[in-house]
Design a protein around this ligand. Structure first.
Ligand code: PLP
Length: 355
């Protein structure tokens, strides 16, 4: 068995993989593969509707929200958010907390004015900026809840005078938060929610239809919502895997249960990073992510040796992103505590080896 610490696509529950594999051969005992069924069938319509209900239930959303599954990954959402919410000449506020946030900022500039209220770029995004004010005339305030590359996370969301929009690609369904405080939430599925190829958007309905601009069909939230995520051929298999993953989250006890498990995993790993003299964390302690744990070695010359040592012990996906270096252990929902314990024991064995 491999211990998959990869950042994205990330680890999925074994049960989900088995069910998805079965459906590739024979979906719902139809004698057809999920890959060859029409999306306009009652069977698939019920998959989409169950996926939407699970999102609503797991996030405890009230009826002000619409849920839709879209193509194009989270990166398309960087453009789709301002396309739909930011009129020409209007301003949106953004928090620049990492590479993905800065890409979202870049896209928003195509549509209107962007006010970057704070940035931690000068410190290579090792912390979450906290000293800023949100302009009350902004159309929305955009934050990245978890910075996958740098391993920082917003542990508390700001009180915002304007609709709060969040990219939650790498921590959705991993912790409890009040989703009803948000104007819009989006997430690529391939970390905590399923396979690559689909993104989730949770949209407060009242925010739509407020700008003059004409929006091409594939970028128009309202159109996708009105068509039940089936304006065109949806990413059928990716939506199915997302539905299975959401079912699995519910079976584990929902988001609160996931949070408890995730907190324990993160605490175990950070404790070892702080104890083991060979390793050190890369981010401000108070902003450490409970999904992507970034760390380096005091002696960078032996990092490669540690990676090889870990690889021999069936640990995969541990190499850090090139902009941070070192290691990144992604400990998404589906990663069991036993994999974290295994990594810790390998770090301890390596310590002994180097004594
Ligand atoms: N936002 C965050 C926080 C991410 O971690 C990623 C990918 O890792 C993206 C956006 C981009 O997602 P996609 O590749 O689905 O466009």
């Amino acid at each position: 068995m491999k211990h998959n610490f990869g950042a994205g696509p990330g680890i999925l529950p074994q049960e989900v993989l088995k069910q998805a594999a079965e459906a590739v051969l024979n979906f719902n005992n139809s004698g057809l593969s999920i890959l060859e069924i029409s999306h306009r069938t009652a069977d698939f319509e019920s998959v989409v509707s169950e996926a939407c209900s699970l999102v609503k239930e797991l996030l405890n959303l009230n009826d002000d929200y619409a849920i839709t599954f879209l193509h194009g990954g989270a990166s398309t959402q960087f453009a789709m958010v301002p396309y739909n919410l930011l009129g020409e000449g209007e301003t949106a506020a953004y928090l620049d907390s990492g590479t993905w946030a800065s890409k979202a900022i870049k896209e928003a500039k195509f549509f209107g004015n962007v006010n970057v209220v704070a940035s931690s770029k000068e410190a290579n995004y090792t912390y979450i900026p906290k000293e800023y004010s949100i302009p009350t005339d902004a159309k929305y305030f955009h934050v990245t809840s978890n910075n996958t590359i740098y391993g920082t996370q917003l542990h508390e969301f700001p009180e915002s005078p304007v609709p709060l929009v969040s990219d939650m690609s790498s921590d959705i369904f991993s912790r409890v938060f009040d989703a009803n405080k948000f104007g819009l939430i989006y997430a690529g599925a391939q970390k905590n929610m399923g396979a690559a190829g689909v993104a989730l958007a949770v949209v407060k309905k009242e925010l739509l239809g407020k700008i003059e601009r004409k929006i091409p069909a594939m970028f128009n939230y309202q159109l996708h919502i009105d068509n039940g995520s089936m304006y065109n051929t949806p990413p059928v298999f990716a939506i199915y895997v997302a539905m299975l993953t959401l079912r699995w989250v519910k079976e584990q006890g929902g988001v609160a249960a996931m949070e408890k498990i995730n907190n324990k995993k993160a605490a175990t790993l950070y404790a070892e990073i702080d104890r083991n003299p060979l390793f050190k964390g890369t981010c401000a302690v108070e902003d450490r992510s409970r999904m992507n744990v970034c760390f380096v070695m005091d002696n960078a010359d032996i990092e490669k040796e540690f990676l090889d040592f870990a690889k021999k012990a069936d640990i995969v996906g541990l190499k850090g992103h090139r902009s941070v270096g070192g290691f990144r252990a992604s400990i998404y929902n589906a990663l069991p505590q036993s994999s974290v314990d295994h990594l810790v024991s390998i770090m301890q064995q390596f310590e002994q080896l180097k004594k």
